[in-house]
Design a protein around this ligand. Structure first.
Ligand SMILES: [Cu+2]
Length: 185
């Protein structure tokens, strides 16, 4: 291959690369897309399942690594007003464009809810509320269809679409210190 031919191919390659970058940028513009957030927890399968039933908590891998909290320690921390930070939505704040889908994935070992609330507060399991009253959106627990619809089982996801512009607050109605603010522009 002559030097000239090589230069031609190099130029053509760079041009093709630049074109693919441009088309990717345009695709993102016309389709706001999807942002993933995660629900995490560190429930200890042995002690949680002894109380809540077989297969309630599925953090088998975390337990093997020693990164779990026992059922009694978990309730003791919540009662002391210092709930276990291993139960968490990440990130804490999300800024998205209107039209973006939020996909909330439960990567923890137990069920959570991703429930929109007007104001952050307590969930439907009183001993986990650290004295805060249950917020209206969580009242009734899973007997309330509106709460049940926001439930996310371990390993599954819940997609939130059509959020209006402005600030939205979401919390877990079971573990109410799991909180996320979503700002839609
Ligand atoms: Cu939760």
């Amino acid at each position: 291959m002559s030097a000239l031919t090589l230069r031609f191919f190099t130029k053509a390659f760079v041009a093709a690369l630049a074109f693919s970058f441009v088309s990717a940028a345009v695709a993102q513009e016309s389709q706001p897309g999807l942002v993933q957030v995660v629900a995490l927890d560190e429930c200890d399968p042995a002690t949680f399942n002894a109380v809540l039933g077989l297969d309630f908590c599925k953090n088998v891998a975390l337990a093997a690594l020693g990164y779990t909290t026992t059922f009694n320690d978990f309730f003791a921390l919540a009662a002391a007003g210092t709930p276990d930070p291993g139960w968490d939505f990440e990130p804490d704040v999300v800024r998205i464009k209107k039209g973006t889908t939020l996909s909330v994935v439960d990567q923890g070992g137990e069920p959570h809810t991703f429930t929109e609330v007007a104001k952050f507060g307590g969930g439907f399991i009183e001993p986990l509320n650290a004295g805060e009253p249950t917020v209206p959106e969580c009242v009734g627990g899973f007997k309330n269809i509106a709460v049940a619809r926001t439930r996310i089982l371990q390993g599954s996801h819940l997609d939130i679409t059509q959020l209006s512009k402005g600030t939205h607050r979401f919390e877990c109605c079971i573990h109410p210190w799991m909180r996320m603010t979503v700002e839609v522009k």
